[in-house]
Design a protein around this ligand. Structure first.
Ligand SMILES: NC(=O)c1ccc[n+]([C@@H]2O[C@H](COP(=O)([O-])OP(=O)(O)OC[C@H]3O[C@@H](n4cnc5c(N)ncnc54)[C@H](O)[C@@H]3O)[C@@H](O)[C@H]2O)c1
Length: 351
């Protein structure tokens, strides 16, 4: 079985970074991107890589089992990386139905299609096949000031987004346990980096800062997340696929706890040093706004299982990751412009 990587959600933020990362680091790999191109998916994220040879694009919905199966049978991947999802917590507060449909029903259809595909593989190919279910640390709920999420932390999802991802994790587990589908599940902390849609904190603040708009910080700004550079997440996904134990779950994080306010300060300080305002600091644009309903206070990841068993380590120090990210958005003003021209205009969601 050749190294074909099938990536759902490959036109989104993490998916497109994963596609670039596979093509750059796995010279024998061929990538098939399967994506419905929702508001969050954009072929601009894959500019220059879709060549019909090493990388092909298929427009399709993960809820369409027949189309997924037809594509799997045509492309015969060794790895299915399942990233396609509705991913924004605020949107899940305004409209949870789409999260149930895409994240739960869509994952069910992906699992069914993958099970049917795997059933017709030779024994060797079935032994090499992997379904990597990409999930989030939000399934574990909220922490107090102490402690970390491990793979054995009980699930306690609090937002409709987190509940839909938790449900998809359980389905994935059941498909391994019941049908022997060779699954690996990963639960990762908050990512930042290039190609992130500007409804999320980092690009939203970056673009607003440059346009002289306010930088909205929810509540008191002290909610804590464990921030990981997206390139490190992508390598962790490949390591989990290539060396992970079937049926296991792996937490991914980098011991990089920051409050929202610290993140916004980091963006402002980096911009102050490389693109200073005419006067004052970008920090002057920070505005505290009404908190998100049910906002989880703190997430923090214990990633020692992935480090100890599979030898993965986050390689990007926070300062370097933030410099790379800010520089990328500044250098891709045309991308920012095209992305911002869609329906979403950086308005507040999820109140
Ligand atoms: N962003 C994070 O910090 C983070 C952290 C941990 C885990 N995750 C998980 O990683 C995955 C990717 O997250 P992201 O931030 O890149 O999301 P994103 O919103 O940027 O991208 C989602 C992609 O999925 C596609 N998609 C949505 N519905 C689809 C459907 N029905 N059929 C086919 N494609 C569809 C979209 O077009 C888009 O390209 C998600 O499963 C998310 O839960 C994200």
């Amino acid at each position: 079985m050749s190294d074909v990587f099938f990536v759902t959600g490959g036109a989104g933020f993490i998916g497109s970074n994963l596609v670039h990362h596979i093509l750059e680091t796995r010279p024998d790999a061929r990538v098939v991107v399967y994506d419905a191109l929702t508001y969050a998916g954009n072929l601009d994220n894959l500019e220059g890589v879709i060549d019909g040879k090493r990388c092909t694009f298929v427009e399709g919905d993960i809820c369409n089992r027949a189309r997924v199966l037809e594509t799997l049978e045509l492309e015969r991947p060794r790895y299915v990386f399942h990233l396609a999802a509705e991913s924004h917590v605020d949107r899940s507060i305004d409209g949870p139905g789409a999260f149930v449909q895409t994240n739960i029903v869509g994952t069910f259809e992906m699992l069914e299609a993958s099970r049917a595909f795997a059933a017709n593989l030779s024994n060797d190919d079935r032994g090499a096949f992997r379904f990597i279910h990409v999930s989030t640390d939000e399934v574990y709920g909220s922490l107090g000031t102490e402690g970390l999420f491990s793979e054995t932390t009980p699930y306690a999802p609090n937002s409709p987004y987190a509940a839909s991802k938790a449900s998809s994790d359980h389905l994935t587990r059941a498909y391994h346990h019941t049908y022997g589908l060779p699954t690996v599940t990963t639960n990762c902390s908050n990512n930042y980096g290039p190609y992130q849609f500007p409804e999320k904190l980092i690009p939203l603040c970056l673009l607003n800062a440059l346009e002289g708009k306010r930088l909205p910080v929810y509540g008191d700004g002290r909610n804590v997340r464990d921030w990981l550079f997206v390139g490190d997440h992508c390598e962790a996904l490949l390591v989990a696929a290539e060396r992970g134990t079937v049926g296991e779950t792996y937490n991914i994080g980098s011991n990089n706890e920051r409050t929202t306010l610290e993140m916004v300060h980091a963006i402002c300080d980096e911009l102050d040093s490389i693109r200073p305002r005419a006067s004052g600091s970008y920090r002057d644009q920070i505005a505290f706004v009404t908190d998100r309903p049910g906002h989880d206070r703190r997430y923090a990841i214990d990633a020692t299982k992935l480090e100890r068993e599979l030898g993965w380590r986050a390689r990007t120090p926070f300062v370097q990751g933030m410099q790379t990210t800010v520089a990328w958005y500044l250098a891709h003003a045309d991308w920012c412009e095209r992305i911002s021209n869609g329906v979403y205009r950086r308005e507040r969601l999820g109140l």
